[in-house]
Design a protein around this ligand. Structure first.
Ligand SMILES: [Zn+2]
Ligand SMILES: [Zn+2]
Length: 234
């Protein structure tokens, strides 16, 4: 699905409606996250469908080091030679040197995500490791994107802001699968940081909100996020 000209939302059922985003710019392609499947077929297909080649993929930015976002990474790196970016805290997990940090063992709403909590904690479904080329911090620029450090879901969780189209890519800080909510509570490692990150995201004048899980919000985006924040504070 094309969100605006040159910005594509790529969703799959696996990884609980995991989503990646492809940005087509004058200086090449930038990809946010890599979906679940190790062969990266959905992303490779989309690059071809817009008349681009894998050599045009210049930047792969990662919101964080959870499995649903890393599936196609190693394949895409090998095929394209793109530069891979993440926050430093996530980089050694992405490189396979450390397991993802444990989340709660307690079942929490939405219960459909519980098997992900177990899978994460037992390190059952591993991604193919891939080295991160560059670590980034808040306010850095990658291609057309501004990095927004939003810890809470994980310590090195990143959102991204695309100012020219006013699209805010929220990663897993906010989801629309299985419903619009401030992330999955069973996965929030630090509630206080997470709440501060949500307030930070709500400060952007977004026309479109895009998420790591579930379909983007394209109508009344900023108001929806403000409403979510208000509902958490009451
Ligand atoms: Zn996650
Ligand atoms: Zn996720």
């Amino acid at each position: 699905m094309q969100l605006v000209p040159g910005v594509y939302s790529l969703g799959v059922a696996k990884g609980f409606a995991s989503h990646a985003f492809l940005l087509d710019g004058s200086d090449g392609l930038t990809l946010i996250d890599t979906l679940f499947d190790a062969n990266a077929a959905v992303i490779v297909h989309q690059i071809g469908a817009i008349g681009r080649s894998l050599a045009d993929l210049k930047h792969i930015v990662l919101t964080h080091a959870h499995r649903s976002h890393l599936g196609g990474l190693a394949t895409l790196k090998r095929l394209s030679g793109a530069t891979v970016y993440s926050h430093a805290w996530e980089a050694d997990i992405i490189a396979g040197e450390r397991a993802a940090q444990q989340v709660s063992w307690r079942p929490q709403d939405p219960i459909v995500t519980y098997h992900f909590q177990i899978g994460n904690n037992l390190n059952i479904s591993k991604h193919t490791p891939c080295a991160v080329d560059r670590t980034v911090v808040d306010s850095d620029q990658v291609g057309p994107l501004t990095v927004v450090h939003t810890p809470g879901h994980t310590p090195g969780h990143l959102a991204f802001w695309l100012p020219e189209s006013r699209i805010l890519f929220c990663g897993d800080a906010v989801v629309t699968s299985p419903k619009f909510m401030a992330g999955w509570p069973g996965f929030v490692l630090n509630k206080r940081q997470h709440a501060a990150s949500l307030r930070k995201l709500a400060g952007y004048p977004a026309d479109i909100l895009a998420f790591g899980h579930g379909e983007p919000i394209t109508v009344d985006a900023a108001a929806r996020l403000h409403g979510l924040l208000a509902s958490m504070q009451t």
